[in-house]
Ligand binder design. Structure first.
Ligand code: PLP
Length: 395
């Protein structure tokens, strides 16, 4: 198999040519520390300012509300841990969901050990929270609601604007992990009442190891990394100028190409959904059919063991995933698929395909053809499937 088909863009994306070109001079030519005094430092400082503006513009934020971090996980950790610290006089209760990324869930487990209380909201069969349950979960001591913008496994987009409204009517801060949404779908932090937002460069054709935390002006939040005065005293450490420049450029391009890209990805997405559901029996689409990321497809195939399917896809030159990159390698089924109510044996047969603007219709058709063969082959070897067929024939 000479050609590789990369369909794991929710795990990470390729740095685009334009982004790399923008970054390269900041390694060897303009390598100055932006905090220094001399003129040579002003060039990298200017580049950082420009990137901050580009990062802000994409979500309707003010430039000074953007803080560069080491990635999505850091932004999520910072938002939760620092909010808990800064608002501890008001209370120690936070609300999140059962389908968050582990950067949120494991941080919540950590703060529970520190004496906080966390409510984990259920989701419905499509992966959406209930706004009524959210309202009921709010208490006088609730300080933070952290709900993801879009799920990284099943692609469901949460009702963010309504969540923000409820948070603000109740005087509670609203943080959203928008790592899968930033650069992929329109976000307006003002209109959506978002107080804090996490995003990550490598999920939208920027470099790895760089992210942002948007912190609305007026939100009290402690610094997370202590040291120098970088990022207005809130996140110490010499700025990663090339990566910051790359983040900004990727944000700019994402904004300029978003409308077209969404339309294109949706067309491919709906094509593969249509083909797989109609051509492969005992298959289920996971995630909301309407409110879902334009590049996300997630199926469960009954009587299939996910790992075997992924290995056979790999042999056919197709990179896909069973859920999130962080859970593959472990034998537990995805917490997201369990939260939408799938039984273990069905959750085990999951496949996530995440497209990019480089994906072609030809590739998608090839994947559907291969998948059909692979599923048939695996089912033909499965005793469970054999039993099922025998029962269907009725003996
Ligand atoms: C990838 C991802 C993260 C982690 O971002 P990193 O930059 O890889 O640390 C957090 N949340 C979601 C929803 C993600 O998809």
């Amino acid at each position: 198999m000479e050609k590789m088909i990369y369909l794991d863009n929710a795990a990470t994306t390729r740095v685009s040519e334009a982004v790399l070109d923008e970054m390269l001079p900041y390694f060897r030519q303009t390598y100055s520390n932006p905090s220094a005094i001399y003129g040579f430092a002003a060039d990298s400082k200017k580049a950082v300012d420009k990137a901050r503006q580009q990062a802000a513009e994409l979500i309707g934020a003010k430039t000074e509300e953007i803080y560069f971090t080491g990635g999505g996980s850091e932004s999520d950790n910072w938002a939760i841990k620092a909010a808990v610290e800064a608002y501890s006089s008001k209370g120690k209760h936070i609300i999140t969901t059962k389908i968050e990324h582990h950067a949120i869930l494991h941080t919540c487990e950590y703060i529970e050990k520190q004496g906080c209380e966390v409510t984990y909201l259920d989701v419905d069969k499509n992966g959406k929270i209930s706004l009524d349950e959210l309202k009921k979960a709010i208490r006088p001591d609730t300080i933070l609601i952290s709900i993801m913008f879009a799920n990284n496994e099943i692609g469901t987009i949460e009702p963010v604007e309504e969540i923000g409204k409820i948070a603000h009517e109740n005087g509670v801060l609203f943080h959203t992990d928008a790592v899968q949404a930033y650069g992929h779908v329109p976000i307006d932090v003002e209109k959506m009442n978002i107080d804090m937002l996490s995003a990550s460069g490598h999920k939208f054709n920027g470099p790895k190891g760089i992210g942002i935390l948007y912190i609305k002006k007026g939100v009290k939040i402690r610094s997370f990394i202590h040291g120098g005065a970088q990022e207005r005293n809130r996140r110490a450490g010499t700025l990663n100028v090339p990566a910051i420049v790359g983040f900004g450029k990727a944000a700019q391009i994402a904004g300029e190409t978003m409308t077209e890209r969404i339309e294109y990805e949706k067309k491919l997405r709906d094509h593969i959904i249509e083909r797989v559901l109609s051509e492969i029996p005992h298959t289920r689409l996971n995630g909301d059919p309407e409110d879902r990321l334009p590049n996300n497809v997630n199926f469960c195939f009954r009587f299939i063991e996910g790992e075997s399917m992924l290995l056979l896809l790999d042999q056919a030159g197709i990179c896909a995933s069973s859920g999130s990159a962080c859970t593959s390698g472990s034998l537990d089924p995805s917490h997201v698929l369990l939260a939408i109510g799938l039984p273990h044996e069905i959750a085990h047969g999951s496949l996530r395909i995440t497209l990019s603007e480089e994906t072609t219709l030809g590739e998608i058709d090839y994947v559907a053809d291969e998948l059909k063969k692979i599923i048939k082959r695996l089912r033909d070897m499965s005793p469970l499937y054999e039993d099922f067929i025998a029962k269907q024939k009725g003996e």
